[in-house]
Design a protein around this ligand. Structure first.
Ligand code: MG
Length: 192
């Protein structure tokens, strides 16, 4: 079985795509999707993707509000079918107040690794009317790669505006999305 072959289920009588408790799964790629949005308020700098971008507004959140790192965190957790960021770091826990989202992402990545997956690549989109992010594009990619011990080449990032429409277009909200591809690092047995 090649390293990047699609899911393979070792049971001759299993129909394609069907798994049953006790089945053994070998080399398997899985995709995860994360999405988040946060309001902005006057202040700054804008913490985005673990980078402090100079701006006259900042993100509002229970943690540091880093909407991009939250989307990345949920994409990775989702790929491993683990509890999402809200369940892992509940806003009812004062320990998560103003928490550094890079620390939360690193902890989530550790859980994904413990579950038997390594990250193949990420692709992210930020939707922000302001500020212009082109000068920070590579710094954000490198920062995310550093948190996850990835090659920056494996972190894609696009920055879009809201075209002046809706809460993103007025600058009141910043949104982020991320897809993550992970690969199992060994055989796993399907849960009952
Ligand atoms: Mg969030």
């Amino acid at each position: 079985m090649s390293r990047h072959s699609p899911s393979a289920i070792i049971r001759a009588d299993s129909p394609p795509g069907h798994v049953a408790p006790g089945d053994t799964i070998t080399s398997k790629l899985r995709i995860g999707f994360g999405e988040d949005s946060h309001r902005t308020e006057p202040g700054g700098p804008l913490r985005l993707g673990g980078v402090d971008v100079p701006h006259d507004r900042q993100l509002v959140g229970h943690s540091d509000g880093d909407v991009l790192l939250h989307a990345v965190t949920d994409a990775l957790l989702g790929a491993a079918a683990l509890p999402d960021i809200g369940r892992l770091f509940p806003n009812t826990d004062t320990a998560n107040r103003n928490r550094d989202s890079a620390e939360m992402l690193a902890l989530a990545a550790h859980k994904v690794a413990e579950a038997g997956y390594q990250v193949v690549n990420l692709d992210c989109v930020i939707q922000a009317e302001r500020p212009k992010l082109s000068d920070y594009h590579d710094a954000i990619r490198h920062r995310i790669a550093g948190i996850l011990h990835l090659n920056p080449h494996d972190v894609g990032l696009k920055a879009k505006t809201g075209e002046g429409v809706g809460p993103v277009g007025t600058g009141d909200v910043i949104e982020a999305r991320c897809v993550a591809l992970v690969e199992s690092t060994g055989e796993s047995t399907v849960e009952a």
